[in-house]
Design a protein around this ligand. Structure first.
Ligand SMILES: Nc1ncnc2c1ncn2[C@@H]1O[C@H](COP(=O)(O)OP(=O)(O)OP(=O)(O)O)[C@@H](O)[C@H]1O
Length: 677
């Protein structure tokens, strides 16, 4: 409660205070001329305080003014006004009983109180208060001391409650004494004589009036208290309500602010979206226009594509026809065909007179020299030929062999009958044997290259075995006879030579072949050797051994039994050649089975690479992004297992698209029935 005056008023009402002494102004403002209170609080108390409360306003120890308890005094009948009837009152009856019940009210009804207007502060307060070191501090009684937290500045030195009570008691006593002086008992008894009855009645009436007044005052106080409590409660409620409303308003305002912000953002987004839609519509329209403009181009491209497709089909058809014609040409040896023949002088010039430094090596059939013939690098094989009398036969056989062309057969360029020499294309990367033993510190062949080479050898062998009018058998197939070109593409050399030599020497010495074919025993079937015959079965057997050699890197006899055991013991992974890199186990296992199968097939008369082996290698050839042809299932498996590099080149594949190799497929399909005839 910050309004002190209001607080004092409430306390006056609450406690029914009827006597109050309070400061009229701060001491420093005191002047003798001061007749009314100057402090705002004092003025307000004077104006608003309960009319029953009499107030003495003091300043610097002097009484400045008094506000009478006009409510009570005015309630008295005029006849009882102290100035007229003071002598009619019985001091004993009036003072003592009433003093006991409500001394303040009794005092207020005493005529002597009228004199208080003329009292100085020292008159009002007993002499002992004059001894107060600071009389000006006696401004206000604080029975409620502690309730008011802040004392007003002009009430800096309030008198204690006990002091004030004492002051009041002394004052009452003094007033009683005055009565005693005015109405001594002797005068009363004498004066009442004739008016005794009247006096008694008067007294009764006065008592009744007094009682009624008390009752009225009590009621009024009670009502005011109730009103005060009610007002306080209402005020408190209103304040709480206001606080709550303020909080709600704040909350509502912040909520509205949030909504406004969101609205603004939504508006912004809406504008952006509209802008985007507009741009998209614009772009769409532009694209549609462009598309319309491109329509003729698309149409012409479509037509071009159709015609190209048509051309392609025709080309394929032509290719197939050409292939067929080639096959017919190969199978039919024209009588007038003339082989490239080189003179002995030419060979001497090409090989620098068969110089030692031009010698590449020596095999079972003769010595091989490197040379440059007609600006072409060549390999010249001078045969160790002792059947001089059969020159015509040699000529015929070689002529036949020189017509056989296949990408995986070393091309026989020509012959030199004078020197019994064969002139071949030169293959710079040596033999498969050299690569397998990594001679001259060459890199080992990868498993991809090995699988490719197996396919190439199979293809070449099939071609030889299907040659017309009679099949060409290699007879001594081994890694030394498989040469590699600059791109490590494998080519079989010496095909037909063994057979030719055997045939030419058959009549004289059947053991010749085996003694001459050094290093071939591991690749030839002993039974076939004993039978003294080189057949396609012997080639299949050798091919099986070569497969196992490429798979394991072993150069051992009995290799097929060792691989078989590994398969049975489920430890094939222990026998595959680690130098070839990380073999895909499925392919490695397939190759192991294929190699063993070839060896077993060779024992049967019906062994056929095309139907029994090749079919397993290629059923549905597809071209991958690296340009190589693969079995569709194998290359799909390769790609789907996460590989993105070429199995052949190990370079990254540009894409994973596979194009069916229709030409090869149709060739295979055509081939197979022919082979089976
Ligand atoms: N066309 C060729 N180009 C390059 N080198 C060749 C060519 N032909 C053969 N050679 C090499 O000449 C050497 C001798 O080859 P040759 O074919 O006479 O014997 P071989 O195959 O090793 O054994 P055999 O003839 O007893 O089977 C080998 O090192 C071989 O690699």
């Amino acid at each position: 409660m910050n309004d002190i005056a209001q607080g004092l008023l409430a306390i006056i009402d609450l406690h029914g205070i009827t006597r109050l002494v309070m400061g009229a102004a701060a001491d420093k403002h005191y002047s003798k001329k001061m007749k009314t209170p100057k402090s705002k609080k004092a003025i307000r108390i004077m104006e608003k305080a309960d009319p029953f409360c009499k107030i003495w306003f003091v300043c610097k120890g002097a009484l400045v003014s008094t506000r009478e308890d006009s409510g009570i005094l005015s309630a008295f009948p005029q006849t009882l006004a102290p100035s007229h009837h003071s002598k009619a009152l019985s001091p004993q009856q009036g003072s003592h009983e009433e003093k006991a019940r409500n001394p303040s009210q009794v005092h207020s009804s005493r005529p002597c109180l009228q004199r208080c207007n003329q009292f100085s502060a020292s008159d009002l307060f007993p002499s002992r208060h004059d001894n107060l070191t600071r009389p000006e501090a006696v401004d206000l009684i604080y029975p409620w001391e502690g309730i008011l937290k802040d004392k007003p500045s002009d009430l800096e030195h309030p008198v204690s409650t006990s002091d004030m009570k004492e002051m009041m008691r002394s004052s009452h006593q003094e007033l009683d004494d005055d009565f005693q002086l005015l109405w001594p008992d002797t005068h009363l008894s004498e004066g009442l004589g004739m008016y005794a009855d009247m006096y008694e009645k008067h007294k009764e009436v006065l008592n009744e009036i007094e009682a009624a007044k008390k009752e009225a005052f009590k009621e009024s106080s009670k009502r005011r208290r109730a009103e005060f409590h009610l007002l306080s409660a209402i005020q408190k409620g209103v304040e709480e309500m206001l606080i709550q409303e303020r909080q709600e308003n704040d909350h509502l305002r912040s909520h509205i602010d949030d909504i406004n912000k969101k609205l603004q953002e939504a508006e912004k987004r809406k504008i952006e979206n509209e802008q985007q839609i507009y741009e998209l519509e614009h772009d769409t329209k532009e694209l549609q226009d462009k598309l319309l403009g491109l329509q003729p181009l698309i149409q012409s491209l479509k037509e071009e594509n159709d015609s190209l497709q048509h051309e392609r089909e025709n080309a394929l058809k032509k290719l197939e026809e050409n292939m067929q014609a080639t096959r017919n040409m190969v199978s039919t040896v024209p009588s007038d065909f003339s082989t490239n023949e080189f003179s002995y002088e030419e060979l001497i010039a090409a090989t620098r007179g068969f110089a030692e430094e031009m010698k590449i090596g020596e095999g079972g059939f003769g010595i091989v020299y490197r040379g440059l013939l007609r600006n072409t690098p060549v390999a010249v094989k001078v045969l160790d030929w002792d059947g001089m009398h059969q020159t015509s036969e040699f000529h015929q056989e070689v002529a036949m062999l020189s017509r056989i062309r296949h990408p995986n057969l070393v091309t026989l360029i020509g012959i030199c009958p004078e020197a019994y020499a064969l002139v071949y294309e030169y293959l710079p990367n040596g033999s498969l044997e050299d690569r397998l033993v990594c001679s001259i510190n060459t890199q080992p062949l990868s498993w991809q290259a090995r699988i490719r080479i197996i396919g190439e050898i199979c293809s070449a062998l099939m071609f030889l075995h299907s040659s017309q009018p009679h099949p060409v058998v290699h007879g001594v197939l081994k890694p030394d006879n498989i040469l590699l070109d600059a791109n490590l593409v494998s080519k079989i050399s010496d095909f037909g030579i063994c057979q030719m030599i055997i045939q030419s020497n058959n009549r004289t010495n059947s053991v010749y072949r085996t003694t001459k074919c050094k290093g071939t025993l591991g690749y030839m079937d002993l039974e076939l050797i004993r039978a003294g015959q080189a057949t396609s079965q012997s080639d299949v057997h050798s091919f099986g051994i070569i497969i196992l050699r490429l798979l394991t890197g072993w150069h051992k006899l009995n290799i097929s039994n060792r691989v078989k055991n590994a398969i049975q013991n489920e430890n094939l992974h222990l026998v595959i050649d680690p130098l070839a890199g990380e073999w895909p186990f499925v392919q490695a296992s397939q190759l192991a089975h294929l190699g063993i199968r070839c060896i077993e097939l060779s024992k049967m008369k019906c062994a056929d690479l095309a139907t029994d082996v090749w079919q397993e290698i290629m059923k549905d050839p597809h071209i991958a992004a690296d340009g190589f042809t693969y079995e569709a299932e194998a290359i799909r498996g390769w790609l789907s297992s996460g590989h993105d590099r070429s199995p052949m080149t190990n370079l990254k594949l540009e894409n994973h698209e596979l194009i069916p190799n229709r030409a090869l497929r149709s060739a295979i399909l055509e081939w197979v029935p022919q082979l089976n005839q």
